[in-house]
Ligand binder design. Structure first.
Ligand SMILES: Nc1ncnc2c1ncn2[C@@H]1O[C@H](COP(=O)(O)OP(=O)(O)OP(=O)(O)O)[C@@H](O)[C@H]1O
Length: 589
């Protein structure tokens, strides 16, 4: 029989997509393992079940493929369509523990499912089966992982790293076998580990470089626009959405993480139950536990009645926890407990723990690995939530979507007004949008479209059933973004508020008191005093009575003192408005 490495090489050279390369790789690997099994004493007692490729460079999945032994390759995306059952879906989950070990050691791992043991094997000379880390190995991180393999009859799993140049880890290949008679034994991995690793290394450049097979994925209500990059994530997403495992969606702000979480909920069997959102950006640290788990009357000062938390509200459904990196270390321990034990207790509650029938989706725009390294995020929780990671790219990396999103957003807005109406963007308008950098991603695009739509509506006399958004509408709309003075006051104020909150976060809890936000009044009065002189400034803001009662200088002093307190809290020596009261300056002169 032809050497498997040569056979694979020939097959790989014919491939044009990730799915084809995965298919070829798994086919050759499964044949090799089947032959190796037949040659051992387990030959008649065991069988090879399937192989899987998980392409997950850095933060998220890029490709997922499964091949049942003896069957034609069925890439994950086609799985549901191919047989129309959920049966193909379940095998597509990897072992989170195996991935964690692989990230740590970049080597092959053998799993003895019945013993619940994962043994890493140093790469290079030693084939699978010769552990240099000792025979002990590591237990599954969670009973669920072990159950998952047991549920699909696997007793032995061999996991191989997909290593690129420089030993960069791009993913893993896992091969599942059923052979209860070999429980506690080395199985066949010693026989064929080295040859399998060679095949994996041969396939890696193809698996990482070839594009996903183009998909004709049409959008739906929750995911109205699916461009090339999203289409390549969809096969994995569709599988992940239907799992009970925690899903991690990362990506810059405004790329649509919350909407994607909602989409996943709608794809799952929990779609008729609650979809609950807990945005940690809006919850002060000391209230996180309470918001998450709820509380019983008397649990703390101010807890005057029982209050269900997000967990209880999401019971039976999905809980989307956004901005997970904001979770305090204490609340991280609480969340880890729920994820591992599936039980929790409301604050102040005695007695048995409650069962948590909740599917978690986690969102973040931070690099959690950096947070782990900085000691702000628990490593065990990081790996627990990173079982199914999806990284949503920034809008600038989804060029093909920009015009489609803009059309969708304009259309949605127009139909609210004229259900039968029609709206279009000119080609020039679409080209303009495609060349913008979009640091605020979809959220920013939505704002721009909203303004351009309003401008076009004004142009048309607000009566147009059929409306055209021209390039100048977008130019004007975009100019508001770059010129703060041209922005509506509410937007400027909310930008300032965001900056205030970011500064407070950077400096840590308590460094900037909320009362210092009142200093905005001081800024307004100080700027007006500089511009107009003190009396005029008070008049401008309808405070003539203070001038009459001669209380205006006291008021100005109080406001400037507040400004000075803010400057001090920020560690800035001089407040540039102090002179307005010190020297009794009345105008800017
Ligand atoms: N599927 C969608 N349908 C309609 N609009 C969308 C969709 N996805 C994103 N948007 C637009 O983008 C905005 C941001 O989306 P979303 O809140 O999901 O992003 P995010 O990544 O969760 O942001 P953040 O990190 O700031 O929480 C939405 O308010 C909406 O205007």
């Amino acid at each position: 029989m032809q050497d498997p490495a040569i056979r694979l090489m020939v097959m790989l050279m014919e491939t044009g997509s990730f799915e084809e390369a995965a298919n070829a790789t798994l086919r050759v690997m499964l044949e090799l393992t089947e032959q190796a099994l037949a040659a051992t004493r387990y030959g008649r007692h065991g069988r090879i079940i399937r192989g899987m490729i998980h392409l997950r460079p850095e933060e998220g999945y890029r490709g997922l493929a499964v091949l049942e032994a003896g069957a034609a390759a069925r890439p994950s995306g086609a799985a549901g369509k191919a047989d129309g059952t959920a049966g193909m879906v379940t095998p597509l989950l990897a072992s989170a523990t195996a991935w964690q070990l692989m990230v740590e050691h970049r080597c092959a791992i053998s799993i003895d499912v019945n013993l619940g043991l994962l043994t890493p094997h140093m790469a290079g000379a030693a084939p699978l089966g010769e552990s240099e880390l000792g025979p002990a190995g590591r237990a599954f991180n969670s009973a669920e992982s072990q159950q998952r393999f047991l549920g699909r009859q696997a007793t032995h799993v061999g996991v191989l790293p997909l290593l690129g140049p420089g030993r960069v880890l791009h993913g893993m290949i896992s091969l599942e076998a059923e052979c209860p008679a070999a429980t506690g034994q080395e199985f066949i991995w010693r026989e064929c580990g080295e040859r399998l690793q060679l095949l994996a290394s041969q396939a890696t450049p193809y698996l990482i470089a070839l594009p996903p097979r183009p998909s004709e994925q049409a959008g739906d209500k929750y995911l109205p626009v699916v461009g090339a990059s999203l289409a390549s994530l969809l096969p994995a997403l569709k599988v992940f959405a239907r799992q009970e495992e925690t899903l991690l969606i990362s990506g810059p702000t405004g790329v649509g993480k919350s909407r994607l979480a909602r989409w996943c909920h709608e794809q799952s069997s929990r779609q008729r139950e609650a979809f609950e959102v807990l945005d940690l950006m809006t919850v002060p640290e000391d209230l996180q536990m309470a918001e998450l788990f709820g509380w019983k009357k008397g649990a703390f000062t101010g807890a005057v009645r029982d209050n269900p938390g997000a967990m209880t509200r999401a019971e039976g459904g999905t809980l989307f926890i956004d901005e997970i990196d904001k979770l305090s270390l204490k609340a991280q321990a609480g969340l880890l407990h729920v994820l591992e034990e599936r039980t929790y207790r409301m604050l102040g509650e005695n007695g048995a723990e409650r069962r948590a029938d909740v599917r978690f989706i986690i969102g973040t725009n931070a690099n959690l690995q950096t947070s782990v390294r900085a000691g702000r995020f628990r490593e065990d929780l990081y790996y627990r939530i990173k079982v199914l990671p999806i990284a949503l790219p920034a809008l600038k990396d989804r060029q093909d979507e920009i015009a489609r999103w803009a059309r969708y957003m304009a259309d949605r807005r127009h139909r609210e007004r004229y259900p039968e109406g029609q709206v279009r963007l000119t080609g020039a308008a679409e080209r303009l949008l495609t060349t913008q950098p979009w640091p605020g991603n979809l959220r920013q695009l939505d704002n721009i479209v909203r303004r351009a739509y309003a401008l076009a509506l004004v142009d048309s006399g607000e009566t147009a059933q059929a409306l055209t958004l021209e390039v100048h509408h977008f130019q004007q709309s975009l100019s508001y973004e770059s010129d703060p003075a041209a922005q509506p006051l509410t937007e400027v104020l909310s930008t300032a508020a965001r900056a205030f909150v970011s500064e407070a976060q950077a400096r840590g809890p308590g460094a900037i008191d909320l009362d210092l936000a009142d200093s905005f009044r001081g800024f307004v009065l100080a700027v007006a005093t500089r511009r107009l002189g003190r009396d005029e400034a008070f008049r401008l803001f309808g405070r003539e009575s203070l001038i009459k009662s001669r209380n205006h200088s006291r008021t100005l002093r109080r406001e400037v003192e507040r400004l000075e307190a803010l400057y001090k809290a920020l560690g800035l020596a001089d407040c540039p408005f102090s002179d307005l009261v010190e020297g009794g300056s009345d105008s800017e002169g």
